[in-house]
Design a protein around this ligand. Structure first.
Ligand code: ADP
Ligand code: MG
Length: 672
């Protein structure tokens, strides 16, 4: 079949199948058409198989065929974009080899980086100075190409007549983590987009973090050496023919009929929860409460969009703070395997703004590019952040928005964007001095800003204190595992657990019952008012953030048992988990009450009342003896009121740090 035949074949095909669409396109002034490959395959199997092998030529024929229709004169460069290619054209980025060059391929992945839109020369016309012949050179490579010789035999310089530009953009596509086997590093591919694919309308599809399908032609681009010469090494890139976004509301975990039956059966088993929890991380001994909480996190609550457009997240964030060697990293790694979609990063390895988003120099197109960080790439999934205490403060503060609003906004160089980031975070950190001081206040040993901590639904402190009985059991467990790594036979396989979680997340959207609401409300109000009054200040035990955490936990509890109703029992379970978490870090050792202020501000209510009482003493002493007040006087005064010298010193330190007072000379303080 020669080119003219191909063109007329396409003309017929468009005439028969796409007539109405073409008229509509002309009306709208769109200069592209999307063609379903399957339709074309049915129409002409021969030509469609040629399309897969020689896409460049055949697509050109299709485009010429379209231009033969009565297109208005302002519609140049008409594009024919194919979607729905056969499954065997789909290839993993890591499997792309030189044999695929010039072939029509389909790749799938997450947009990691995206450059600015900039004009790119597509063709340039030259005139031969000796014979006057006009030569067109198509520009496909990075460097500008001039004709090497003319038909008349002339070599050397040619005069540039004109250049034709299109809008172009480069993106870097990365294999989606859910398509990889645990622990594999995702491979990347440069994708070249032009014309309507970079128009504001379709540009949204290719925002960093979005998952897309690219159909395109694999091209090689010579790498330019520093001296301007071309090397023998080639870079690969895919010139996109079409871009489709993938709906990510659905986890791409295949669940067969049989597996569904097994899932339903497990939910009926009275021991389902113990079975699941014991299989969550069987090689890690103990930590049942934490495992349960993480299971609830994996399942998640419901995301809710209210009528006024406000959104409350359904994702829960969990933070593990603990002594070194307490299996925190192990736990995170294991959860990254069980979660249907997850990314694992370590604080030390996260560069710059590698967690959220950053603007980087674009090597591929020149200029700037927006690069998505791990939290954005894990959109709709999980991000495990290890060693969070070692992250840079910049990155940490960028996380605030990501955790609560579930978006990441960036505005740098000439790039402004808001990226979606519906990611649940499971983080681990060491305490301030690497290890907990068992007698100190835990909140004071958490080396993270309170505003960040407050965004975690649940925080667990893992103290590794010697306890003979427990140590015996852990040692036995670890040593036996070393003797025989296959000694543990969990009730449920990892594969099944992943499917169970994916199934629950997809299918179950439970609703709060009024008895659950009553239970949660009762707990909330009781806790809020339980703090004993001291110095006229009530301890504030929990805040509305914890109430929302409770709702998410209760919903998760209902989801796990595949129920569409959140019952009173679910509410009780949620309360138990939150209570456990709060009691680990939030108990005010002086009052024995749970005190959320201790977590979020680092100051407990009894301390707060001490601060206020001592400030009052300073005020009255100032009235009595003047501006400069001896610390000894404060200590004496405090002793009468039953506050010890240590506490006074601590409070004075705090007041100095907060800028309320200063020490004009040793042993004296003065108000500012
Ligand atoms: P962390 O990140 O908390 O500092 P790691 O996760 O690196 O600690 O754990 C250190 C080692 O100790 C790992 O090999 C882990 O398997 C082992 N370990 C610690 N606690 C337990 C436990 N409870 N059960 C099984 N192994 C444990
Ligand atoms: Mg670790």
């Amino acid at each position: 079949m020669d080119a003219t035949q191909q063109i007329s074949k396409f003309q017929e095909f468009f005439e028969d199948n796409y007539h109405a669409e073409i008229l509509e396109l002309i009306r709208k002034g769109n200069s592209f058409i999307i063609v379903d490959f399957v339709k074309f395959l049915k129409y002409d199997p021969g030509l469609s198989s040629l399309l897969l092998d020689y896409p460049e030529e055949i697509i050109k024929a299709a485009e010429i065929a379209i231009e033969k229709f009565d297109l208005p004169s302002n519609m140049k460069n008409f594009k024919v974009r194919f979607i729905n290619l056969p499954k065997n054209q789909k290839i993993m980025i890591k499997n792309i080899r030189s044999e695929h060059i010039e072939k029509f391929l389909v790749v799938e992945g997450v947009v990691r980086q995206k450059s600015d839109v900039r004009p790119q020369v597509t063709t340039a016309r030259f005139e031969c100075p000796s014979c006057g012949n006009v030569l067109s050179v198509i520009q496909l490579e990075k460097s500008f190409k001039e004709p090497s010789r003319c038909g008349c035999g002339r070599k050397g310089k040619f005069r540039l007549l004109s250049k034709e530009f299109v809008d172009a953009q480069g993106i870097v596509l990365e294999e989606a983590s859910e398509d990889l086997e645990g622990g594999e590093q995702p491979k990347r591919m440069n994708i070249f987009l032009s014309q309507d694919l970079v128009s504001p309308l379709s540009e949204k599809k290719t925002n960093p973090g979005s998952k897309i399908i690219i159909t395109g032609i694999l091209k090689e681009v010579p790498v330019e050496l520093r001296n301007g010469a071309k090397s023998t090494r080639f870079e690969l890139l895919i010139e996109a023919n079409s871009v489709e976004s993938i709906q990510e509301d659905f986890y791409e975990v295949d669940i067969s009929k049989e597996e569904e039956e097994k899932i339903l059966e497990l939910a009926k088993d009275p021991k389902y929860l113990t079975k699941i929890i014991s299989s969550i991380a069987p090689s890690i001994y103990g930590y049942d409460e934490i495992k349960k909480a993480i299971l609830f996190q994996l399942v998640g609550g419901n995301r809710k969009k209210r009528a006024d457009g406000m959104i409350t997240r359904g994702d829960m964030h969990v933070l593990l703070i603990g002594d070194p060697g307490a299996a925190k990293s192990q736990m995170l790694k294991r959860m990254a395997i069980i979660a249907p979609k997850a990314r694992y990063v370590s604080g030390k390895g996260v560069t710059g703004a590698g967690l959220t988003a950053s603007v980087v120099k674009d090597e591929f197109m020149g200029g700037w590019a927006l690069e998505a960080g791990a939290l954005v790439l894990a959109n709709k999934g999980f991000c495990m952040i290890d060693e969070m205490d070692k992250m840079s403060p910049d990155d940490r503060s960028a996380m605030h928005e990501a955790l609560e609003q579930q978006t990441v906004s960036i505005s740098k160089a000439n790039i402004q964007a808001t990226l979606r980031c519906e990611t649940a975070v499971l983080a681990a950190a060491n305490p301030k001095f690497g290890r907990f001081d068992p007698y100190g206040i835990i909140a004071e040993q958490i080396n993270l800003p309170p505003a960040l901590i407050n965004r975690f639904d649940l925080i667990f402190a893992i103290k590794d204190l010697p306890e003979e009985e427990k140590d015996n059991k852990i040692a036995k467990h670890i040593l036996e595992l070393h003797q025989d790594p296959n000694i543990i036979h969990p009730d449920l396989s990892t594969e099944f657990l992943r499917k169970y979680i994916a199934y629950v997340r997809q299918k179950i959207k439970p609703q709060l019952t009024s008895s659950a609401i009553e239970e949660l409300k009762k707990f909330y109000v009781e806790m809020r008012n339980s703090g004993n009054e001291e110095g006229g200040i009530k301890a504030v035990p929990i805040s509305p953030r914890q109430l929302e955490a409770l709702v998410r936990l209760a919903e998760a509890s209902a989801k796990i048992r595949l129920s569409d109703k959140v019952s009173r029992k679910d509410a009780k379970r949620a309360i138990k988990i939150l209570h456990f978490s709060l009691s680990q870090i939030g108990i005010d050792p002086e009052t024995g009450k749970i005190d959320i202020d201790r977590i979020t501000t680092g100051i407990s209510s009894s301390q707060r009342s001490n601060i206020i009482r001592i400030r009052e003493m300073i005020n009255s002493l100032e009235n009595k003896i003047g501006k400069t007040i001896p610390i000894d006087d404060i200590v004496n005064e405090a002793e009468i009121k039953g506050i010890s010298e240590d506490v006074v010193e601590e409070v004075i330190e705090k007041l100095k740090r907060s800028g309320d007072i200063f020490e004009p000379k040793r042993g004296f303080v003065q108000k500012i």
